[in-house]
Design a protein around this ligand. Sequence first.
Ligand SMILES: NC(=O)c1ccc[n+]([C@@H]2O[C@H](COP(=O)([O-])OP(=O)(O)OC[C@H]3O[C@@H](n4cnc5c(N)ncnc54)[C@H](OP(=O)(O)O)[C@@H]3O)[C@@H](O)[C@H]2O)c1
Length: 193
Amino acid sequence: MEYNLIVACDPKGVIGKDGKIPWHFPEDLKFFKDTTANSVVVMGRNTWESIPYTRRPLADRLNLVVSATMAGDDKHGVVNYYFPDYTPMVVLPSMDRLSDVVENQKLYDKVFFIGGASIYKWALENVKLDNIYVTQMDKEYEGDTFIPMSIFEHFPIQGKVGDFEIKPNSLEFFDGYARFCFTRKKGPSPCSI
Ligand SMILES: NC(=O)c1ccc[n+]([C@@H]2O[C@H](COP(=O)([O-])OP(=O)(O)OC[C@H]3O[C@@H](n4cnc5c(N)ncnc54)[C@H](OP(=O)(O)O)[C@@H]3O)[C@@H](O)[C@H]2O)c1
């Protein structure tokens, strides 16, 4: 299973304001859609609620929503299917069930942590991520929700973040933002003995 994180943020790590994303770039939304298609997507309750009712669950993906509130008394997870195409959406009461659900489904071989802040924080601390897809805005935005900035410590000058390096040819510039991907370094780290 490949584990990935995908985020759009401003230079200081802002990802949201008042429950929404503070910018609108249709081309980047298309990139998000194409990149996460045919994968498991993991999101927090606030992010689920931020998706317009008519657009959720996200099509062509297994939607996992982490929420103790939505799971209620069900400690094993609640499965819902949405018409007309039976898009599956599973509510997990906690992250404890995540690996079970992900590893036992046979449809998809990629997982994307798609936000918000609490999900990013958990994934960065608990998962050996293979790739981190970043869309970084050119300017600062007002916000109240942030991704931990430690992942950007060394970017872009040294082009590396701990065990990650910039994926070759992944850096692209657009009007208002740039996009790149950190990928886990292959082979032993230069510091290992
Ligand atoms: N720029 C981007 O790329 C991007 C991407 C996604 C979201 N966003 C933005 O981020 C904001 C939402 O982020 P957020 O941090 O406020 O909310 P969030 O992470 O989407 O959701 C938080 C909720 O998820 C549940 N949760 C999270 N971790 C859990 C765990 N380990 N166990 C059980 N439940 C857990 C809890 O729900 P319960 O309280 O129900 O238990 C928690 O209150 C919005 O503004 C959204 O637009 C931006």
